[in-house]
Design a protein around this ligand. Structure first.
Ligand code: SAM
Length: 276
C-alpha cells in the first residue's frame, strides 16, 4: 500500500479539517506568508496560506459569487470596483460578469499569490488579464487611503485578521474606504465564522455602523471554511439590501441568484444578535 499524505488545517486547538493529498504542487515562503498548493480528491486543488485554506476548486464559487454579486447587484450602477486582497482572482472573475463594470482593481499585497493562482488555478484567475482589470501589488490599507477615489464598490477579500490583514478589520479602515467611495458606495467585507469568531463578526458590524448609514450582514455556506457558515459585512452610503435591482444582468452562477441573495440576509438569531 502507498503512503498516505494528509493536509490538516488547525481550525481551533481542538478541531482539524484534514484532506487526503494526491500531490503537493507548490510550496513557497513568500515575504508575507507560507504558500502551499495541494491537489486532493475531495476538493480538487487547494490554495493554503499560513496553514489556512483560502480557496478550493470545488467550493470556491460559493464565496466568490456571494462576495461579488451581492454588492454589484444592489449598487445602481457599479462602474468602478476594487478588491482588497483576493489575489486568487475569483472575486474579479465574478465582478467582470457585470456589464456596467468599466474598471476592476485588484489590490493584493503578495504578488506570489497572484502568480500561484495564474499557474495552478487558471479557471479562478481567468479574469486577471481582462483589459478592464488593473493589478496593484501593494498594501490595501495604504492604497485605499492614498490612491482610491470615487469607487462604487469596494470588496475586502482578505485573509484572517492576523499579519498584514489585521488592520483590514476595523473602523479606521472602514472610514478610509468610505472616503474612497462615491455617494452610493458599498463596502462588503468577509467577516469569518459566527460560531467560531462571534467577537470578530461583532467588531466588523460595529466598525461599519460607526461609518455607514446602512449596515447589514449576510451569510453563505462555504464547505472548507471553519464551521462552514460564513459571514459578510455590508456597509452602504445609500443603497439598501437585500434585493438586487430589477435590471441586473443575467449571467451563469452556481450559488448566487436574486432569491438566494434575499434569503442570505435572513439571519438565524445566533447571527442576528451579533449585528446589534
Ligand atoms: N477567500 C479567502 C478567505 O477568506 O480565506 C481570502 C482569499 S485571498 C487569497 C486573501 C488575500 O489577502 C491573500 O492573498 C493576502 O496576501 C491578501 N492580503 C492580506 N492582507 C492584505 C493587505 N493588507 N493588503 C492587500 N492584500 C492583503
Amino acid at each position: 500500500m502507498g503512503r498516505e499524505v494528509w493536509f490538516s488545517e488547525w481550525q481551533t486547538d481542538d478541531v482539524k479539517l484534514s484532506l487526503r493529498v494526491k500531490a503537493v504542487l507548490w510550496e513557497e515562503k513568500t515575504p508575507y506568508q507560507e504558500l502551499l498548493v495541494v491537489d486532493t480528491d475531495a476538493y480538487g486543488r487547494v490554495l493554503i496560506l499560513d496553514g489556512a485554506i483560502q480557496t478550493t476548486e470545488r467550493d470556491e464559487f460559493v464565496y466568490h459569487e456571494m462576495i461579488a454579486h451581492v454588492p454589484l447587484s444592489i449598487h445602481p450602477r457599479p462602474r468602478r470596483v476594487a478588491v482588497i486582497g483576493g489575489g486568487d482572482g475569483g472575486a474579479i472573475r465574478e465582478i467582470l460578469k457585470h456589464p456596467e463594470v468599466e474598471e476592476a482593481h485588484l489590490v493584493e499585497i503578495d504578488e506570489r499569490v497572484i502568480a500561484a493562482s495564474r499557474r495552478f488555478f487558471p479557471a479562478i484567475a481567468a479574469g486577471l488579464d481582462d483589459p478592464r482589470v488593473t493589478i496593484h501589488v501593494t498594501d490595501g490599507i495604504r492604497w485605499v487611503a492614498e490612491e482610491a477615489r470615487d469607487f462604487d464598490v469596494i470588496i475586502v477579500d482578505s485573509t484572517d485578521p492576523v499579519g498584514p490583514a489585521e488592520n483590514l478589520f476595523g473602523e479606521p479602515f472602514y472610514r478610509s474606504v468610505a472616503a474612497a467611495l462615491g455617494p452610493d458606495g458599498i463596502l462588503v467585507a468577509q467577516s469569518e465564522s459566527p460560531l467560531l469568531e462571534p467577537e470578530l463578526v461583532r467588531r466588523v458590524q460595529r466598525g461599519l455602523r460607526a461609518v455607514f448609514p446602512v449596515v447589514s450582514l449576510y451569510t453563505a455556506a462555504v464547505a472548507t471554511y471553519p464551521t462552514g457558515l460564513w459571514t459578510f459585512g455590508f456597509g452602504s452610503k445609500g443603497p439598501r439590501p437585500p434585493r438586487p435591482r430589477p435590471d441586473v444582468a443575467r449571467f451563469a452562477t452556481r450559488y448566487w441568484t436574486p432569491a438566494v441573495q434575499e434569503a442570505a440576509f435572513v439571519l438565524p438569531p445566533m447571527v442576528e444578535e451579533l449585528t446589534r
